[in-house]
Design a protein around this ligand. Structure first.
Ligand code: APR
Length: 317
């Protein structure tokens, strides 16, 4: 158990995160910071804490509108930022369209972290994911082990769910990975997809697999379209918690995460999704998967898309 885990942004994702951090007893104190008046963060914490005797969660909280509540956090999960929402004409914006707004918010978050918990391990969820993680890196310059984005954990879970559903097997039987940026160019890695240890092709034909991979790439938008307002929030929270638990329990668990590459996969200086071994020190190792030529090409394309958004970030002082 850690002493303190902080969450920035107490909206949909932040709310589920705090609930689960309590329920899973992952820290002695959970902090939640949100700018929303009158005091959304404190309100959410109080609501959850008042229910804590029922679930037997002996967890303290610090909630408020100032970043000082994060003081002493060993892990900070960043969810501050606007989500995608369906437009009145029914179209769905891309995650990249959130950049201008979320960049300003990220700069505030970075200031807060710098002031109150500069040594914390950071897991960022705000979109556009890879570019926002890059911004945090620019502003905070943490050791690269201590900064990561949550995207691959979610995209891989979506891929696993679709495979399990179509193959008619338990989700527990499906192992799968999605690499690359958290956008339409993400790369579901078919060559790594296994059903009970067997190649996925034994269970699903080419047509079904192609449809599943397309659906995986657009899965976030599918939920946005159905919700009407806002974007997915339960599955992203659970995915981030998988990363948190890997760190808190020093599990050495390999989870696709958005991490800084310095030559791995032929990519240099970019945060992008690849399998990372997570343990008490954060990103303890980057794993290089043997990809097929097509998958290598797809990852290259995805890196180019991430680079384009990162170039926009770099243009903002
Ligand atoms: N500091 C802290 N919190 C902030 C700040 C800030 N500077 N600016 C905005 N927030 C808060 C908002 O007040 C809001 O409560 O961030 C919260 C975001 O919550 P939601 O709007 O419910 O969004 P959510 O669904 O939780 O998604 C958060 O994660 O998946 C991504 O695309 C998603 O970028 C979005 C982020």
């Amino acid at each position: 158990m850690f002493n303190k885990i902080g969450v920035v942004g107490g909206g949909n994702i932040g709310g589920v995160l705090v609930q689960e951090l309590f329920k899973r007893n992952l820290a002695k104190t959970v902090a939640l910071m949100d700018v929303k008046e009158p005091d959304l963060a404190k309100g959410k914490c109080l609501d959850i804490a008042e229910g804590s005797p029922i679930i037997g969660a002996d967890v303290k909280y610090d909630g408020g509108r100032d970043y000082d509540v994060l003081k002493g956090s060993e892990i900070v999960i960043n969810t501050a930022g606007v989500p995608r929402t369906k437009r009145p004409d029914g179209t769905i914006p891309s995650r990249e369209e959130l950049l201008a707004t979320n960049l300003k918010i990220t700069d505030m978050v970075a200031e807060g972290i710098k002031k109150y918990c500069p040594k914390a391990i950071i897991i960022s969820i705000a979109n556009p994911l890879d570019a926002i993680v890059y911004r945090l890196y620019q502003q905070l310059k943490p050791p690269k082990q201590k900064l990561m984005g949550m995207a691959g954990a979610l995209d891989s879970s979506r891929y696993r769910h679709f495979v399990a559903y179509e193959a008619g097997v338990s989700v527990e039987n499906v192992e799968a990975m999605v690499l690359g940026g958290h956008g339409d160019t993400m790369v579901p890695v078919r060559s790594c997809c296994r059903v009970a240890g067997m190649p996925v092709e034994k269970f699903l034909d080419e047509e079904k697999l192609g449809a599943i991979e397309t659906r995986t790439r657009k899965a976030g938008g599918e939920v946005v379209g159905l919700l009407g307002v806002g974007s997915a929030f339960v599955s992203p929270s659970w995915a981030a918690l998988d990363m948190v638990e890997a760190i808190v329990f020093d599990k050495k668990k390999i989870i696709p995460s958005c991490v800084l590459l310095e030559g791995e996969y032929g990519i240099d200086g970019l945060f992008i999704g690849v399998p990372a071994l997570l343990g008490k020190d954060g990103v303890e190792k980057i794993i290089e998967v043997d990809l097929t030529d097509d998958e290598k090409e797809a990852l290259k394309k995805s890196a180019a898309a991430v680079q384009k958004t990162v170039d926009e970030v770099k243009a903002v002082a």
